[in-house]
Design a protein around this ligand. Structure first.
Ligand SMILES: [Zn+2]
Length: 437
């Protein structure tokens, strides 16, 4: 295996920054020649790649917003049709879907990124992975993991994300050492194993790499779903974060104090609403600049995800920037009596309470123009002790006191699916007429 602990991320902060700056210059030179969108933008603001003389100048480059990518999608492409190897798409939950083109070289970058991530999680070429993620429907994550595992020299089989019985059968028959999936699906498999009166720890799986939902709270302790998962199936859990637009992922190492940036492939920034860089540990929007990308490089792409960064060297020896758990989406920020809160924190608290069937968090604009939060919890028995437990847990973990209403599971079902219209169930519904800042 050629990719090892000689990767850039094991160097000092200074060496990483120096190398990233060289790669940034290459990227700027490339997009100013090849990307119709960026050529136009850079010409308008009269910035030439040569004007960027150090990493400090990165902040003088324009931010790229998702709306721009949606509006000028193909203007971001730096290659002609013949060079495109794969086309992926974001889900389009917020507005029009975006298509991202990847060349053969980009697919190599994608695989390399995942090798770095799997190495972070302690995977070796002796591992066999049960891959329970979606690999079709223009999704990026599935093929990224698949190619990464193969590039690492480990083994993989594509179990997909359906049929719990078959998942369990495959776990018994093929004896994987690791599983790669989303937390809620792993929980379903774990519950299925328990229902069969099998001790999950008697199976060969030792670790799980989890994507899509955060299994940690802001202080890196397990979130509500993380705790539930660990109680059901106490595996060595690793949280990963992926971004489709920049074809990148971050992964925790064995110390589980933030997910590592793979520094030769991406530059990480955290900014506030005015574009100012946030100091370590303070939350803001995650902004990414791709490196070594050929098809659709992105400059300071605003992901809409809220997290924080840690720049001190990790105990694992990596000097690369780490990012904290994703705290929420920028557009979903709620302000409750001066406290900023994201629905995710409330969700994490709800997951800790027994007796909850399903739930939906609704936000309204209150009479005083502040945000009003209503949590509707679907349950079989509407006991006041359940309502009290929910209030206490939400207050303790999310530091807000929303209105908690116990309703029927059916009522929540209807709200989550907008009366059957949405296939993707919503756990947060925003009715606000004014968005807080
Ligand atoms: Zn580390």
């Amino acid at each position: 295996m050629a990719i090892s602990n000689k990767a850039l991320e094991f160097n000092s902060k200074e060496t990483i920054e120096k190398e990233q700056f060289c790669l940034l210059q290459e990227e700027l030179d490339y997009i100013s020649k090849r990307s119709p969108f960026y050529r136009n933008v850079l010409r308008k603001i009269k910035i030439k790649p040569a004007d960027i003389k150090s990493m400090h100048d990165l902040s003088s480059l324009p931010l790229t917003k998702k709306e721009q990518l949606q509006k000028h999608n193909w203007g971001f492409s730096c290659v002609d049709k013949k060079a495109i190897a794969d086309i992926v798409s974001t889900t389009g939950t917020t507005g029009a879907p975006v298509f991202i083109v990847l060349t053969k070289k980009d697919l190599g970058r994608l695989a390399r990124n995942e090798v770095y991530s799997f190495l972070c999680a302690g995977a070796t070429d002796n591992d066999t992975f049960h891959l329970a993620v979606t690999i079709d429907n223009l999704f990026l994550a599935g093929i990224a993991y698949y190619m990464g595992i193969i590039e690492l020299g480990a083994s993989v089989y594509r179990a997909g994300m359906h049929n719990i019985k078959r998942q369990i059968l495959l776990l018994k028959q093929l004896k994987p050492t690791g599983i790669m999936t989303v937390p809620s699906f792993l929980l379903q498999i774990g519950k299925g194993i328990r229902e069969k009166k099998i001790n999950p720890m008697s199976l060969s799986v030792k670790k799980a790499l989890l994507v899509g939902e955060s299994i940690r709270d802001q202080d890196f302790s397990l979130s509500g779903i993380g705790e539930l998962l660990y109680k059901t199936w106490p595996l060595d859990l690793y949280s990963t974060f992926g971004n489709s637009e920049t074809a990148i992922s971050y992964c925790e190492c064995q110390y589980k104090q933030g997910a590592h940036e793979h520094s030769d492939l991406i530059i990480t920034e955290i900014i506030d609403e005015n574009g100012k860089a946030m100091p370590d540990g303070e939350s803001g929007e995650l902004v990414l600049t791709t490196l070594q990308t050929q098809g659709m490089p992105l400059l300071r792409y605003c992901t809409g995800d809220i997290t924080f960064k840690i720049t001190e060297r990790c105990a694992c020896g990596r000097g690369s920037v780490r990012i904290g758990p994703i705290l929420g989406r920028k557009s979903q920020m709620l302000k409750y009596k001066g406290t900023k809160v994201y629905p995710k924190a409330i969700e994490s608290a709800i997951a800790r309470v027994k007796g909850v069937g399903n739930y939906v968090i609704e936000a309204f604009t209150g009479d005083d123009f502040s945000d009003k939060i209503v949590v509707k919890v679907g349950c079989k028995k509407k006991r006041d002790s359940l309502r009290q437990a929910l209030c206490t847990d939400i207050e303790a973990h999310a530091r807000v006191t929303p209105i908690v209403k116990l309703v029927s599971v059916h009522e929540v079902d209807v709200l989550q699916s907008d009366n059957g219209k949405n296939r993707k169930l919503k756990t947060f519904i925003d009715h606000r007429t004014i968005k807080t800042k």
